[in-house]
Design a protein around this ligand. Structure first.
Ligand code: FIX
Ligand code: ZN
Length: 439
């Protein structure tokens, strides 16, 4: 079930291409296959042009990415209060000066901006942003998206779509034609995590719900989810959850009797099964550890993954996509995936998306799960980030996969190019396509 563009990126078949690869040829072929295979990005915060201002792109957005804001406050004397009073362009100027002019941009997030500038042939050592601003301003948006996806080697982008986000809701309610490059993911954070603040929005949309979560409310939430499946055609439902260090001594009680637990167990999990939509659980974020720096102020916490064990055991007919933010949880997630084939580990999320950690986590996943996981998503918030995030993923994957094939050869099994192509397709397309039931 590969799209035409994947076929187009495939290595042309040569006679004799089934010959076993020599040990020293492995790395080159792995790099070539990774380069030529188009990936599906299963989680981003990007939007197509029809969503207007929600879709972020260009140098000012790249520089004011919350990853860079967090780093800015470590290298600048400016207070968060003063920073957040600036215009977007002034913020970008301040970040450029502090992180790119006065310091070497060595962190993952700063190097990313350098790589994007390079990809578009722009100066990386400019004293200001004039050239970059002119360049991005002069792009035709649709052509720019096309070029960015090509440079990133991605042909399908999965958005994050919260039906209770007022800005986004307007677009869905008046939805015109869909952009086939952008697929929806039905995000449930507002409903699941902040019910008291949002149930009235559901009432306003015609659902008979109440703050107390009566049985009727549960049924109405399910109706709401079914309606939004019709409207959005999402590939999965998703929520990001805190570290869940709740009731560690009585894990069978989790998910518990809290509002969140009841909505999850009585509405979302059954709806996910009935609607045949996987449920993505993104676990381990500690929101607003430092509210002064706003979006940059979220942190990480280790989770008790017995909650996931309970879910996978209790609901064998549900499919769960799971990513965990804490490095300390990675091993447990691999072990759980070996126990439950309704669990698909995905991505090295957020603070884990640095080459050294991606390498470590991915090596372990391959050693424990073979190719039965989804190695990465970009989590891009700004269009052009796709370029550096996927470039970095490919370069780490090249090392990890080459080592795996070399070990295989050493152990006595021949490796051919077609094996590598099949495995890369499975990791970066097939596992998700199968899980989400999409082409
Ligand atoms: O919850 C999420 O989807 C997170 O990825 C974001 O909220 C987070 O701000 C982010 O951009 C991480 O990369
Ligand atoms: Zn995200």
């Amino acid at each position: 079930m590969k799209s035409d563009s994947v076929k187009a990126r495939r290595v042309p078949k040569k006679s004799g291409s089934k010959t076993a690869l020599a040990y020293e040829r492995v790395q080159g072929v792995v790099e070539e296959v990774l380069h030529r295979t188009s990936f599906i990005d299963i989680h981003t915060h990007l939007f197509p042009p029809a969503f207007g201002k929600l879709g972020l792109c260009g140098i000012d957005e790249l520089l004011t990415y919350h990853y860079l804001e967090a780093e800015f406050f470590r290298s600048s004397e400016m207070t968060p209060q003063a920073y957040f009073q600036l215009s977007k362009a002034q913020k970008a100027d301040a970040i450029w000066r502090a992180l790119f002019v006065e310091n070497s941009p060595m962190s993952e997030a700063t190097r990313g901006v350098v790589a994007v500038l390079q990809a578009f042939g722009l100066r990386r050592d400019a004293p200001d942003l004039a050239e970059a601003r002119n360049f991005f301003r002069s792009q035709n948006l649709d052509a720019h998206i096309k070029q960015t996806l090509r440079l990133a080697g991605v042909d399908v982008i999965t958005m994050t779509n919260d039906p209770l986000d007022p800005e986004e809701q307007r677009f869905w309610m008046s939805a015109g034609e869909r952009d086939p490059r952008f697929r929806a993911a039905l995000r449930l954070d507002r409903i699941l995590l902040q019910w008291p603040a949002h149930y009235e929005q559901l009432q306003a949309l015609g659902y008979s719900v109440d703050s107390q979560l009566s049985d009727r409310s549960i049924a109405e939430i399910r109706r709401f989810l079914a309606d939004w499946q019709q409207r959005m055609a999402p590939t999965y439902m998703a929520v990001s959850l805190p570290d869940m260090r709740v009731r560690p001594r009585i894990p069978s009680q989790f998910p518990d009797e809290s509002t969140r637990g009841r909505i999850l167990m009585e509405a979302v999990v059954p709806a996910s099964r009935e609607l045949n939509l996987p449920l993505a659980l993104m676990i381990g974020v500690r929101r607003q550890v430092n509210p002064r720096i706003r979006m940059a102020g979220d942190g990480v916490g280790r989770a008790d993954l017995r909650a996931i064990e309970n879910l996978c055991r209790t609901y064998p007919d549900n499919r769960f996509l799971v990513t965990v933010l804490s490095r300390e949880n990675q091993h447990e997630l691999c072990v759980l995936a070996r126990k439950f084939n309704n669990l698909m580990p995905f991505g090295c999320w957020w603070f884990l998306n640095t080459p050294s950690i991606v390498e470590e986590v991915t090596r372990e996943r391959i050693e424990m799960l073979g190719t039965s996981f989804i190695p990465q998503h970009s989590d891009a918030r700004v269009l052009e980030q796709l370029i550096y995030k996927w470039r970095n993923t490919r370069s780490t994957m090249a090392k990890v996969l080459s080592d795996s094939y070399r070990l295989l050869i050493r152990d006595g099994r021949a490796v051919v190019r077609e094996d590598i192509q099949r495995d890369v397709n499975r990791l970066f397309r097939g596992n998700f396509q199968k899980w989400a039931g999409v082409a």
